[in-house]
Design a protein around this ligand. Structure first.
Ligand SMILES: N[C@@H](CCC(=O)N[C@@H](CS)C(=O)NCC(=O)O)C(=O)O
Length: 291
């Protein structure tokens, strides 16, 4: 292993803003709002405040899947939260998610608005509300929730661990990359073995477990995360590849991926979604052509 400069931690950690690397302007060791800013509210029952990252995409895919099933109550406004610019620290956003991370949902369908944060909680809330994508039979429900919570526990090793040290850290630290590459490959093997037994994670049916896991691990095996496809030899996970392709072809998934997306092909970016027609009329290529 290559040598790295010796670092001796001080007795008490102190915040050195210069050490924040790529995320120095938003990361900080304290919670709470940094500025006053109310959130906008649109006309639909569901108000989503988000960004088209893997965690955000889970919710827009779920809402699009529910709409595709005919659940009009899942109509939503998707507002853009630019986390690189610190929108997640506005007072209105913090009131919806005290953890200052996207996605955050306000369910305004009832007399009293309900806030929901953490993507897994949002998926369960919507699944229970509409009776979809969460099996009711005890065994299948347990399997679905087990894989859903597997994603919540596992993805931080992929994103915050592997992705951070492989793609974003100011220097390449062999120990850190090695540690997290090993864990991510173990996770991919867990998924590959499971998907060798059944078409979807919870069994025969597509559920919120797949909706949660696909944006992270489906993206990873398709080479869309951290430019790490070759490094992690993702083509070896053939069952995950088959599953990722099948989910990626779903029309609702294709739409959900576009919402709140701010990078990639302009035709794939729908910065805000307030109407089903927006997919045809308000993608960035169309807005640029019109202006
Ligand atoms: N466990 C959370 C993770 C959410 C999360 O990490 N969101 C990121 C974007 S993918 C974020 O908002 N980061 C902003 C920040 O850390 O300040 C969930 O599943 O909702």
């Amino acid at each position: 292993m290559s040598d790295s400069p010796a670092y001796v931690p001080p007795t008490v950690w102190a915040w050195n803003k210069a050490n924040g690397g790529r995320f120095a302007n938003i990361n900080r060791p304290i919670a709470g709002p940094t500025h006053d800013k109310e959130l906008p509210v649109g006309r639909h029952p569901m108000q989503l405040y988000s960004l088209g990252t893997p965690n955000g995409v889970k919710v827009t895919v779920m809402l699009e899947e529910l709409l595709a099933l005919g659940h009009a109550g899942a109509e939503y406004d998707a507002w853009l939260i630019r986390i690189g610019e610190g929108d997640q620290f506005g007072s209105g956003f913090v009131a919806v998610n005290p953890n200052s991370k996207i996605p955050a949902l306000m369910d305004r369908s009832g007399a009293t608005p309900i806030r929901v944060f953490e993507s897994g909680a949002i998926l369960v809330h919507l699944a229970e509300k509409f009776g979809a994508f969460l099996p009711t039979e005890a065994g299948a429900r347990a399997e679905c929730l087990s894989w859903l919570f597997w994603q919540m526990g596992s993805a931080p090793y992929l994103g915050g661990g592997f992705g951070h040290f492989y793609a974003y850290a100011p220097s390449k630290i062999e120990y850190a990359i090695d540690r997290f590459a090993m864990e991510v490959k173990r996770q991919l093997d867990v998924l590959d073995r499971r998907l060798g037994e059944s078409p979807y994670l919870a069994g025969a049916d597509y559920t919120i477990a797949d909706i949660a896991v696909w944006p992270w691990y489906g993206g990873l095996v398709k080479g869309a995360l951290y430019g790490a496809g070759e490094f992690l030899a993702v083509q070896e996970y053939t069952n995950v590849q088959r599953w990722a392709d099948a989910i990626g072809q779903r029309p609702a998934v294709r739409r959900g991926r576009m919402v709140n997306r701010v990078s990639g092909e302009p035709s794939s970016q729908l910065h805000e979604r307030h109407d089903a027609a927006d997919f045809d009329t308000r993608t960035q290529d169309k807005l640029s052509a019109a202006s």
